[in-house]
Design a protein around this ligand. Structure first.
Ligand SMILES: [Zn+2]
Length: 130
């Protein structure tokens, strides 16, 4: 019996998922189950591992990162992020000072942050209110 005739088992999050049929490859299966488990689409596919006469595929959930996490867009990568003394910094478009990322609020600039630091934003708002 060749390996590809062995029954398939799909595992996700310690749940055993039924094989929807041999016409579906592992990617298909993952997509099918995304109707039930939306976050499965970002899961990595591991396997098949041969176990007890079955081919076991594991959909490994992407490990979430705690706290601040950013993925710079390719265009932004040249200038950002910059690592200074082990701290990610970004140059403020206003005061032109490299500041650690928490000095910036979320926005539409590079890496999903505002182009101006919080202090510059505050100053800008104060000027506007005056
Ligand atoms: Zn600034």
């Amino acid at each position: 019996m060749s390996h590809d005739k062995l029954p398939r088992v799909f595992r996700y999050n310690n749940i055993e998922l039924e094989d929807p049929g041999p016409e579906h490859d592992a990617v298909d299966v993952r997509n099918l189950y995304s109707a039930t488990y939306p976050e499965i689409v970002s899961a990595a596919i591991e396997g098949p591992e041969l176990k007890d006469g079955k081919r076991v595929y594991t959909f490994r959930r992407a490990v979430g990162t705690k706290g601040y996490n950013f993925v710079p867009r390719p265009a932004a990568r040249k200038a950002f992020p910059k690592l200074v003394d082990g701290v990610d910094v970004k140059r403020c478009a206003g005061c032109k000072v490299d500041k650690p990322l928490p000095a910036f609020s979320k926005g539409t600039g590079p890496a999903g942050l505002h182009r101006h630091c919080r202090e510059c934003q505050k100053a800008w708002r104060a000027r506007r209110a005056a």
